[in-house]
Design a protein around this ligand. Structure first.
Ligand code: HEC
Length: 276
């Protein structure tokens, strides 16, 4: 199953087949069939395990680690943050929809009134500001990382369920899609070059994960010590592409997250996974 990393400068399979005007659902289905053809033995649901989907031995080790996860204490701290009343006396549960239960799969969502994409982190920060607190730094592992790690556990068993329901939402989706497929940086790579065309191949020592399933489990607990949020990971990948990254929380990254999450629609959510 494992292959060597093939030339990244080769043509990008999906860009050709996924036209700018394709329907979002069509984009998603095309990606799924791309991976079905490339890796017939892997079911779409297995891509939520990232690069582990391509490496059964590493997946086995991961399953053992997850039986007593190294970040159990961290989730306890996240729960305390979640329950601590804000300055107004209200809690996050009183501020977010459905007391924060089973909501994670709906984010990011397109807020029609604000005319922009709102991520889970944005929703938490909006609660904070509306209740007399300062917003957290967008990708800070110790605050919003910890809090979203806990919040995600309240959506266990749920599925990704992103909606693109208006022309304005569609424009945000298309902008995110463009970021995903555009070649940038000194290396002239796009996200799709690595995570679609070369998913399952090795880059240096690392197996490249598939784009579908990539957004179902954030933040991750990296290296046994640190939470990494999804947009922090975008920043890391952009830097690896020798591209000046956007700031986590920027409109561009929010739109990218909107597209990137939509293509995982229907896949099961996972809370707080560990990664090397
Ligand atoms: C030059 C290749 C390369 C490019 C281009 C690239 N990445 Fe990555 N990315 C990696 C590597 C290597 C990893 C770590 C191994 C893995 O999980 O795929 C990674 C990991 C990730 C992960 C974490 C997967 C997980 O579940 O742990 C996400 C999400 C991600 N990349 C998204 C993106 C996005 C979005 C872009 C475009 C902005 C992008 N990447 C561009 C190489 C790349």
């Amino acid at each position: 199953m494992k292959k060597n990393f093939v030339g990244l400068l080769g043509c990008c399979v999906l860009l050709g087949s996924t036209g700018v005007n394709a329907d979002p659902e069509e984009d998603r289905l095309k990606l799924i069939s791309h991976f079905k053809v490339a890796y017939p033995e892997i079911k779409p649901g297995e891509y939520i395990y990232g690069s582990l989907a391509f490496d059964p031995d590493a997946k086995l080790k991961y399953d053992i680690v997850m039986q007593s996860p190294p970040h159990a204490d961290e989730l306890g701290k996240g729960e305390q943050l979640w329950k601590k009343p804000l300055k107004s006396g209200r809690t996050y549960a009183e501020c977010l929809p459905d007391a924060g239960k089973n909501i994670v799969g709906n984010y990011p969502l397109f807020d029609e009134a604000q005319g922009k994409v709102v991520t889970l982190e944005d929703a938490i920060n909006a609660c904070r500001v509306a209740n007399g607190e300062l917003a957290y730094a967008y990708a800070d592992p110790q605050t919003i990382g910890l809090l979203t790690a806990y919040l995600r556990t309240l959506s266990d068993g749920g599925k990704m369920n992103i909606k693109v329901a208006s022309a304005a939402a569609r424009a945000a989706y298309e902008d995110g899609k463009k970021s995903f497929y555009s070649r940038v940086g000194q290396l002239n790579f796009s996200c799709a070059n690595c995570h679609v065309d070369n998913a399952g191949n090795r880059m240096r020592s690392k197996l490249l994960s598939a784009a579908i399933g990539q957004s179902t489990h954030w933040p991750i607990f990296r290296g046994g010590k640190q939470w990494v949020t999804l947009q922090k990971q975008y920043e890391i990948c952009h830097r690896n592409m020798l591209q000046v990254s956007d700031k986590p929380g920027s409109r561009r990254y929010n739109n990218l997250e909107y597209f990137h999450s939509f293509i995982s629609n229907g896949l099961p959510l996972q809370s707080s996974v560990v990664r090397e």
